[in-house]
Design a protein around this ligand. Sequence first.
Ligand SMILES: [Zn+2]
Length: 416
Amino acid sequence: MKQHVELVIKNARELLTCKEDSPDLIGLIKNGWVAVGGGKIVAVGTEETVKPFISDSAQVIDATGRVVAPGFVDSHTHLVFGGTRVGEYFAKIENLPDEEIKRRGIKIGILTTLEPTREHDLETLYSESASRVADMIVSGTTTVESKSGYGLDRETELKQLKVNKLLEERLPISVASTFLGAHGWPHDMEKNKYIDFLLNEMIPLVGDGKLAEFCDAWCDEGHFTAKECGIILEAGLKAGMRPKLHEGGYSYIGGAEVAADLKAASADHLNYDPRSSLRKLALARTVGCPLPGIDFAVGHVLPFDPKPMIEEGLELAIATNCCPGCWCTSMPFIIVLACRNHGMSSERAIRAATIAGAKALAREDRVGSIEVGKNADIQIWNLERHEDIAYHYMTNPVSLVIKDGRVVARNSMLDI
Ligand SMILES: [Zn+2]
């Protein structure tokens, strides 16, 4: 029986399927065709393979001379926040001494985002976050992860998770929600008391309400210890949330061991992780998610090095880490940084932004590649070859975005 096909993309100069087992990392098909029906991918290949599926009523998009790729999966963001930290950004750029920062009244660090995020009502927080998500969609992102962690109190953490739900309901994007109560602890509370509050109140509440898929924590000097993160993430697991972990960003204190022991979906940052820890993550099939955007934004003294990660067999995802300290919504820009600043090949970076991102969100069965049966989340780049995405920078290369089989953005404008 002929399957109903609503949409066909024909004659892409390069079709990047990004199938997980592709020897070239991106599953490149020259002169590629894709057929879509019922929001899913029905056929993929050359004209010969796909043409028999096409009906007269199907909409045809001609991708001659262009690149077709899966929608990006941005697997690490803190996109729901209030306010700005532009003062902090320039204090770091200008390397201002502490007394000058104090004199100018510039506040530093994630706790300074607490106040505006707590003060925003739900709709204000939603609309500021939605404008960032709209920028993501027109830049090719069709699935995004979004963390709480700028409230560190019951009301605001729940408000952030509620905004995640609204974003998915109102915009053409899939949102994976992460509870990051262990992003820090408020100035007015002792760390141990705050951990008790997470374990006894917040984690059961978020779990019972099925408000988040993942539970995350920040394992670093001056933040939470490896032991504390283990306890928090285990409680999250018991409440039905799979672990993720920020670790090794500014020091190494054993976070990878915790992430590997608990089979975390991803371990993120990884600037300081020793090889032995990278190996443990790889054996546990935890995805490594280094973050080119934050290394760029803070002028990191030790930018992550993908080479030992790849040599140890770690699957690498890259993500925007969109947050007040790294105001980036563009996965194409993250690919530029991953290649130019960290020595990734374009194929490695594209894989990291698609199928590996899907693995970091345990959604590789549905998104991240162009394969029969998967969601029809597809983008077209106004580029002749895939390498150009890391080479033609500072203009949005994404000319068309398709979410669940429907065109949702054209030429940097939402079309919904
Ligand atoms: Zn983060």
